[in-house]
Every structure is written in structure tokens, then in C-alpha cells.
Design a protein around this ligand. Structure first.
Ligand code: C2E
Ligand code: CA
Ligand code: CA
Ligand code: CA
Length: 280
């Protein structure tokens, strides 16, 4: 059992005598978990709002902890970032993602795209980066255009030339860039100005009360309009209802993602779902 908001790397789990105990995850444990394949990628479909097809997915990492069960990334990504493990974790995610892409570009066609998450910290890790990825793409004879890198806004505080350069290198490989949680960071417009951006993901907090809140509706409308002006495609995150879908469509939103389509699922479940969805 996981208590949300438990904070940092503390996980609550049922202890003896029905008392809940707190478990502190350690960096060493996480390092081992990466080596021992305790991590697993889940996939959430991203649907084109116009064609209705599912030709994109976002990979979301999970930790199948031997004692605590399946842990969400909020429990261990901050731990990885603080302890210099995020590069290694990100590299594991990248390899797994490419492995899936090999299979899914064959199954779903050359337009299929898989998005992975990276924090800005990962981008400037000298050991892992665009060069590493280039090698892996070559090995697997994959094109970078099937990969999207999502960067969360709050992990990028200010404009940084190093970040811009690294993003440029990914872009040169054909990889596309998405600004994640758009509108929640400190300098959203600065990011749009300086970084090569292909997709903008409207944060769930603006989408969740779309049908009750006039300000959220207008923010979504304005953001979509801005994106169009800059030739950037828009993904709405956290779409849970038909009503939200129906409001987003006329705004010119390109893609939707959220429980309305599906929660994140295992690779094999995603494959079946997307195949069924695109072929019926
Ligand atoms: P995110 O990139 O914003 O991912 C979306 C989160 O919202 C996911 O949580 C997803 O399960 C959840 N979600 C999707 N649709 C809905 C919906 O309709 N309603 C609600 N209430 N929630 C929805 P998750 O999987 O727990 O991931 C949390 C965060 O962890 C991600 O937020 C991302 O920032 C980070 N993360 C995940 N995988 C990785 C990774 O491989 N590397 C890094 N650096 N960060 C990761
Ligand atoms: Ca994301
Ligand atoms: Ca997001
Ligand atoms: Ca988020």
C-alpha cells in the first residue's frame, strides 16, 4: 500500500500488527534494481484527436520492488536525480524504449512514435546523451524520428546554453522534443523561444477542470493558438472524460492522452489495445 504524498523516497507499507511502517528507499537499492531488471516500462497511448488513431505512446517507468510491489516514478525519480543515478536510469529507459520501437515500427508502421521522459539534469549528464543514443540507433538500424523526448518544465529552471546544445544534438538525429507539463514551469515562453520544440503537452492541471473553469478553458485555447503560431503540435494530458475531449477538439488540439483513452499499461497490453483500436 502506497500513501500518496508520502514525499521523497519514503514508502509506506503494511508493517507488523497492522501498523503502517515507513520504508526509506536507498540509492544503492535503486542502482541494483536497474542492474537486476526490476524496472519496467508501462505505456500510455496518445491518440490523434482528428483521425482517432493510436500511433504514439508515452513510456512511464515503474519499479517492481521485491518487497513493496510496484512503485510509481514519483517515489524514485527524485532519489535518482539527487544521487547521480538518473543518467543510468535514463539510459536503461532509452534502451528498453528502442527495443519496443524495433517491434512497434514493424507492427504499427514507420509513423509510430514512442515518447520517453527526461529531466533537464539528464540532458547535461556527460556520460549519457545524444552520442550514446546515436550508437544505439545505429545498432538497431532505427531512425531517431520514431523517438520523442519529453522534458518537464519544472526541471528546467532558466534558459541554459548546454541544454539548448544537447537538444540540438538530439534534433539532429531526427528525435523530436516535447515540452512536458507546459505552463507549470517558471519560464515557459523562454523555453519555447530558445529550445527546438516539436510538441507541447498541456499539463493535466489545466485540463482537469476544463468544463467547469472558464479560465482553464481560455488558457487551453490560448496555449493551442500560440502553439499553432509557432508550428508546434499540442498534446492535452490527463483527459479523463468525453466532455473534456469534446471541448479540446474544436480548440485545435492535435492529440489527447489520459484515462479517457487508457491508463498506462504493460507493453503487451498496449500492443493488443493499439492494434485492436487501429484495426476496427
Ligand atoms: P508525466 O510525464 O507528466 O506523466 C503523466 C503522469 O500522469 C503519469 O504518472 C500518468 O500515469 C498520469 N496520468 C496519465 N493520464 C492521466 C489521467 O487521465 N488522470 C490522472 N489523474 N493521471 C494521469 P506516472 O506514471 O506516475 O509518472 C509520474 C511522472 O514521473 C511523470 O509525469 C514523469 O515526469 C516522471 N517519469 C515517468 N517515467 C520517467 C522516466 O523514465 N524518466 C524520468 N526522468 N521521469 C519519468
Ligand atoms: Ca511526460
Ligand atoms: Ca506531463
Ligand atoms: Ca506531470
Amino acid at each position: 500500500y502506497l500513501a500518496k504524498g508520502a514525499g521523497k523516497n519514503q514508502v509506506y507499507f503494511p508493517g507488523v500488527a497492522s501498523k503502517r511502517s515507513v520504508y526509506m528507499l536507498s540509492p544503492a537499492e535503486l542502482t541494483n534494481a536497474i542492474a537486476n531488471d526490476e524496472l519496467e516500462l508501462f505505456f500510455q497511448p496518445i491518440m490523434s484527436i482528428h483521425s482517432g488513431t493510436i500511433l504514439k505512446a508515452e513510456a512511464l517507468v515503474r519499479w517492481n520492488h521485491p518487497r513493496l510491489g510496484r512503485l510509481s516514478p514519483d517515489h524514485f525519480i527524485p532519489l535518482a536525480e539527487k544521487n547521480g543515478i538518473i543518467g543510468r536510469l535514463g539510459n536503461w529507459v532509452e534502451r528498453q524504449a528502442l527495443c519496443q520501437l524495433e517491434r512497434w515500427t514493424t507492427l504499427f508502421g514507420e509513423d509510430f512514435q514512442l515518447a520517453i521522459n527526461k529531466s533537464a539534469l539528464e540532458l547535461i549528464d556527460p556520460e549519457y546523451g545524444a552520442c550514446q543514443l546515436e550508437q544505439q540507433l545505429l545498432c538497431r538500424k532505427l531512425s531517431g524520428k520514431n523517438l520523442v523526448i519529453e522534458i518537464t518544465e519544472h526541471s528546467m529552471l532558466e534558459y541554459s546554453e548546454a541544454t539548448q546544445n544537447e537538444l540540438g544534438k538530439y534534433r539532429a538525429l531526427g528525435v523530436q522534443i516535447a515540452l512536458d507539463d507546459f505552463g507549470t514551469g517558471y519560464s515557459s515562453l523562454m523555453h519555447l523561444k530558445h529550445y527546438p520544440v516539436d510538441y507541447l503537452k498541456i499539463d493535466r492541471s489545466f485540463v482537469s477542470s476544463l468544463n467547469q473553469s472558464n479560465i482553464d478553458y481560455r488558457l487551453c485555447k490560448g496555449t493551442t493558438h500560440l502553439a499553432k503560431l509557432l508550428n508546434v503540435q499540442v498534446v492535452a494530458e490527463g483527459v479523463e472524460t468525453q466532455a473534456q475531449h469534446d471541448l479540446l477538439k474544436p480548440l485545435g488540439c492535435d492529440f489527447i492522452q489520459g484515462y479517457f483513452i487508457s491508463k498506462p499499461v504493460s507493453a503487451i497490453e498496449f500492443e493488443h489495445m493499439a492494434y485492436r483500436h487501429n484495426h476496427t
